[in-house]
Design a protein around this ligand. Structure first.
Ligand code: AMP
Ligand code: ZN
Length: 492
């Protein structure tokens, strides 16, 4: 284990706290996964990339991390107030397919997208439907504690009763009086005693196809319950890290705390970490508003938001250039800057690997640099600061290469080893393959040069050369088209 003074921003205290895992050397981390009723948008991906960074760094420090990230495949209704259709059942109804087909399709899509972003898979990826028995057991326990009530085949968590002994709202900083004041009065249609109460089990109406038998009749679990069931099953009654996007703090995570405390009478989580939102045009990316972009649309360039494609590694790099707790707005300018930065970083690493080492010492304190890099990551996983330090090294590398200085062997050894470690292992930024935008850009420049040479040949009436260029390029699948504006080209 590398001995480090890692501090993390704990949403529960609102403060940065030294990270001490419950069991030395081991970390239990649970992150709320996607509800698989639609393609993940880029905003969702940001949250999963943020936790991938955290997972990678903890692994890098030598912790044995058990990372659990669930798949929500039942119980997530359209509205937070426990009303509306199940999101998956609704999609199945609209598409006239089985709910399991919806779940399968979007789970596969989710995995494929995260793989493109170079995310590591979690160690356990449990599903809500695979843990119905566990959820029913939890409800029985909460009922036994007198902190839930049964009405017409549904079971609700009694928030006011819970709040008499515990504190509801401590994660999101809400006071129960404010909650009572701010929530809409019940309209007489609801079975709930109070509007703050939330469903643990909902009775399934006859048309509701996603249903399971229970002691309270056929129904389905409330959304918040699955995460309590799965996190405590795999990580224990108290575990180290619980993560998710900021928007899940309330009510989802608040309800998770209440459920777990009602059963185990102690806080379930030591450090609550929340990733901030990705915005587009200054507004939160969200499925419901249409203000979002799908990862594949950005990779292929087929979208009406940006004029060119960006590779998964460039988009990942762009995201890591902001701290995970800051809001990040996506724009063409920002992506262009990240693309350039990514290329500069990769080029420097490649050049350094090939550079001769010798005796001359350059003006660069490698030990201090290394300390700074770790200090950045130890300060609540500050990836933008780490990247700034990586660019200090890039500047130095470019300088010595430009001036053809040899580099001191020890400096070379540290940089040549640690730059790739930080870039690939810690930040998880991969190397683009052939189809990378860098390769494409270079190809464009090369073809442009050949077009210039062909034009010169034509001016000089050297048609043999100009035809040779055209025909040879055609053989490579590059077609020149002469027009009024000059010569353009297309690829096969
Ligand atoms: P969902 O499938 O809606 O439950 O969302 C999956 C994850 O994506 C949750 O952790 C959300 O908090 C997160 N999320 C949703 N929208 C955004 C966004 N615009 N930026 C960052 N994370 C988001
Ligand atoms: Zn959750």
């Amino acid at each position: 284990m590398i001995d480090h003074s890692l501090v993390v921003l704990n949403s529960l205290s609102g403060k940065k706290e030294p990270f001490r895992s419950i069991k030395p050397g081991y970390v239990g981390m649970y992150v709320c996964g996607p509800t698989v009723y639609s393609n993940v948008h880029l905003g969702n991906c940001r949250t999963f990339i943020s936790f991938d960074l955290i997972y990678r760094y903890l692994n890098h420090l030598g912790y044995k991390v058990r990372y659990v990230r669930n798949i929500t495949d039942a119980g997530h209704l359209e509205n937070d107030e426990d009303t509306g259709e199940d999101r998956i059942a609704k999609k199945a109804r609209i598409e006239k397919i089985e709910p399991m087909e919806v779940v399968q399709y979007f789970t596969v899509d989710f995995h494929q997208i995260l793989k493109k972003f170079n995310n590591l898979p979690p160690g356990i990826e449990p599903t809500a439907t695979g843990h119905i028995i566990e959820q029913i057991e939890l409800i029985k326990k909460i009922l036994k504690e007198g902190l839930a009530y049964q009405v017409n085949g549904s079971v609700y968590f009694d928030v006011l009763k819970f709040n008499e002994t515990y504190q509801y709202g401590k994660l999101s900083g809400r006071k129960i009086e404010e909650l009572i004041h701010n929530t809409r009065k019940l309209d007489g249609q609801s079975d709930k005693k109070n509007p703050q109460d939330f469903a643990l089990w909902k009775k399934a109406e006859p048309q509701h196809i996603m249903r399971w038998p229970s002691p309270w009749g056929d129904g389905f679990p409330g959304w918040h319950l699955e995460c309590t069931a799965m996190s405590t099953k795999y990580l224990g009654e108290s575990f180290d890290i619980h993560g998710g996007g900021m928007d899940l703090k309330f009510p989802h995570h608040e309800c998770e705390i209440a459920q777990a405390e009602a059963i185990n009478k102690k806080p379930p989580v030591k450090y609550w970490l929340h990733a901030n939102m990705l915005t587009l045009n200054g507004k939160k990316m969200a499925k419901s508003t249409g203000n979002n972009i799908l990862p594949m649309d950005i990779f292929t360039g087929k979208n009406d938001k940006f004029s060119k494609p960006y590779s998964p590694q460039v988009v990942r790099f762009f995201m890591l250039q902001a701290h995970y707790t800051s809001v990040l707005d996506i724009s063409q300018d920002a992506l262009d800057a990240s693309e350039k930065g990514y290329q500069r970083l990769m080029e420097a690493v490649n050049k350094l690997a090939k550079h001769q080492s010798g005796e001359l010492k350059g003006e660069f304190d490698t030990d201090k640099w290394l300390k700074n890099c770790y200090a950045a990551m130890d300060d609540d996983f500050n990836s933008p600061l780490l990247i700034a330090h990586l660019f200090e090294a890039v500047k130095f590398i470019n300088l010595i290469i430009h001036e053809d200085h040899p580099i001191n062997y020890n400096q070379w050894k540290i940089l040549n080893k640690m730059l790739p470690v930080f870039i690939h292992e810690v930040l998880g930024i991969g190397v683009e393959k052939e189809s990378s935008s860098l390769a494409k850009e270079k190809l464009k420049q090369t073809v442009g040069l050949l077009i210039d040479l062909r034009n010169k040949a034509r001016i000089n009436k050297d048609f043999e050369t100009s035809d040779q260029i055209r025909n040879q390029l055609k053989e490579y699948g590059i077609h020149l088209k002469d027009g009024k504006e000059g010569t353009n080209f297309t690829f096969d």
